[in-house]
Design a binder for this molecule. Structure first.
Ligand SMILES: [Zn+2]
Length: 232
């Protein structure tokens, strides 16, 4: 452990990964995410329970796979993710973006999610993980035929969820999903897809091809704007 690792250890406590996961030593970036509850629908207890579960998801499931660690809490100073009632983008359950000062942020819309029978906690998880994987919303991985696949880890499997301590969280794609290198996977945390660039029935992917971004849907004929990313 060099001085930099030691300093990082002070700033970023070791994740509480269970022993069966061979997590890499925390050496990747460590972020701080500040959740803020502005929703009239979410009690302080529900809010705290969700934030605690999201920390578990990052430590146990996300960080060992993506190498991005994060402290997830309600203390000021981190990149903010706000829990709000109604969406400010028509139909969007949540999104993440970068503000004019260059700070990544996320928004989660509780009432809008409820209207589509999606738990706000799973939307919070979706936006959190996408923000951690590509905070500045410029990541894209090269794919076949000159394509580039936006580094949005929640979208390809956005209809797949699982629970931690009884709270629903979002599945997410792994680096193998984005890599063109043949691999045995897993391609998502819940093993919902079996190959790179495979999309679940309710998922989608944003792909740059022929000079423009397009959305590739999963099994659905129409991709709604349930989850929006502010990429042109
Ligand atoms: Zn998304």
């Amino acid at each position: 452990m060099g001085i930099r690792q030691w300093l990082r250890g002070l700033l970023c406590p070791a994740p509480s990964a269970p022993p069966w996961i061979t997590a890499p030593a925390p050496g990747g970036p460590c972020q701080h995410i500040t959740f803020i509850n502005h929703s009239t629908q979410v009690t302080p207890a529900q809010f705290q329970a969700c934030v605690a579960v999201l920390q578990v998801q990052v430590d146990r499931d996300f960080a060992p796979v993506w190498g991005v660690y994060a402290t997830v809490d309600a203390l000021p100073g981190g990149w903010p993710i706000s829990i709000l009632d109604a969406s400010d983008v028509p139909g969007a359950l949540g999104y993440h973006d970068v503000d004019p000062t260059g700070t990544p942020f996320g928004r989660v819309f509780v009432e809008t999610s409820q209207l589509q029978s999606v738990s706000w906690q799973s939307v919070a998880s979706h936006e959190l993980l996408e923000l951690l994987a590509d905070p500045f919303v410029f990541g894209a991985a090269p794919g076949p035929g000159g394509t580039f696949w936006a580094l949005e880890v929640g979208d390809p499997v956005e209809d797949v969820r699982y629970t931690i301590n009884g709270i629903e969280v979002s599945d997410f794609a792994t680096p193998a999903w984005f890599s063109g290198i043949p691999s045995a996977g897993p391609f998502d945390a819940q093993h919902a897809v079996q190959a790179a660039h495979q999309i679940t029935f309710g998922g989608y992917a944003s792909v740059f091809q022929n000079g423009a971004w397009a959305q590739i849907p999963g099994g659905r004929l129409n991709v709604d704007a349930a989850y929006q990313r502010h990429r042109p």
